[in-house]
Design a protein around this ligand. Structure first.
Ligand SMILES: Cc1cc2nc3c(=O)[nH]c(=O)nc-3n(C[C@H](O)[C@H](O)[C@H](O)COP(=O)(O)O)c2cc1C
Length: 251
């Protein structure tokens, strides 16, 4: 059995997959482990859509900005916040669900994301490679159409899964002390920000990233290129409309 510390400390996202199939047995085992995750009130207000079919992957690909992992990975998993099933159960049992509001969406999204992360660790512990695909929340309205998600269901993240065909360098992390606060939040000063981001900023790949993008600082690569304000506003509007359409904004 894989040592959990090793799995967690040595992991990296995998974006290239071998042609070796991921059989149903191992996928089932991983999903079984994922579904052991704690959820709010043990309601399990999430669903997982498995995509293996090439045609379906081709439909999903443009909605994930044509990231090649969608068509190249043997398995694509879409994790959804899902109150549809629970609401149906309540109604069939003469209970009136009050889950058509934003808090309930957050509850279901948290459940779905926790399960997603457990599935990822379970997969990695079996030697499989995973990559999260964050475009799910940008294009949720279109993913809803392709996956035929009913009212009460919102996709919150996607994970591609397969046997690794690469072993990339591990990415950097901020030092632990940068993200840990003892007892109360200690706000950052210019000095501590400088100290915590120094290593990241001085990495060769970061410096390359800055010069390739003709920027002055690494932070500008994030604000001006990767995660721009105008895109964030546009996708926020779309996502809020999705929450409205999927019945989570009735308050
Ligand atoms: C919510 C979320 C969304 C992500 N979206 C993408 C994505 O769309 N495309 C991609 O290539 N990687 C994506 N990633 C992977 C991150 O880029 C990756 O986790 C990060 O760079 C750290 O690298 P590591 O996972 O190898 O440690 C995402 C990760 C998370 C947690």
């Amino acid at each position: 059995m894989a040592d959990i510390s090793e799995v967690l400390l040595n992991r990296r996202s995998i974006r290239k997959y071998s042609s070796k199939p991921v059989d149903d047995k191992i996928l089932n085992d991983i999903l079984e482990m994922g579904c052991r995750t704690s959820t709010t009130g043990n309601m399990q207000v999430y669903s997982i859509i498995i995509t293996r079919d090439d045609e379906k992957k081709r439909e999903l690909a443009p909605l994930h900005f044509n990231q090649k992992m969608i068509t190249e990975a043997p398995v694509v998993l879409t994790f959804c916040a899902d109150f549809n099933r629970f609401n149906k159960w309540c109604r069939l049992r003469y209970a009136e669900p009050g889950y058509d509001n934003f808090l309930s969406f957050m509850t279901a999204a948290i459940d779905a994301l926790l399960v997603a992360q457990t599935v990822c660790i379970a997969a990695e512990s079996k030697g499989l490679g995973i990559c999260y695909i964050g475009t799910t929340t940008y294009m949720a309205h279109k993913i809803i159409e392709v996956l035929e998600l009913p009212v009460g269901v919102v996709p919150v993240t996607t994970v591609t899964l397969g046997w690794p065909a690469e072993h990339p360098e591990q990415t950097d992390r901020l030092p632990l002390e940068a993200v840990i606060h003892k007892e109360i939040y200690r706000d950052y000063t210019s000095e501590s920000i400088g100290k915590y981001y120094k290593e990241k900023e001085e990495r060769i790949d970061s410096l390359q990233f800055v010069s390739e993008n003709k920027k002055e600082t690494l932070a500008q690569v994030f604000t001006d290129i990767r995660y721009k304000k105008e895109d964030n506003i546009e996708f926020s509007k779309i996502l809020l409309q999705v929450l409205e359409d999927q019945g989570f904004m009735k308050f």
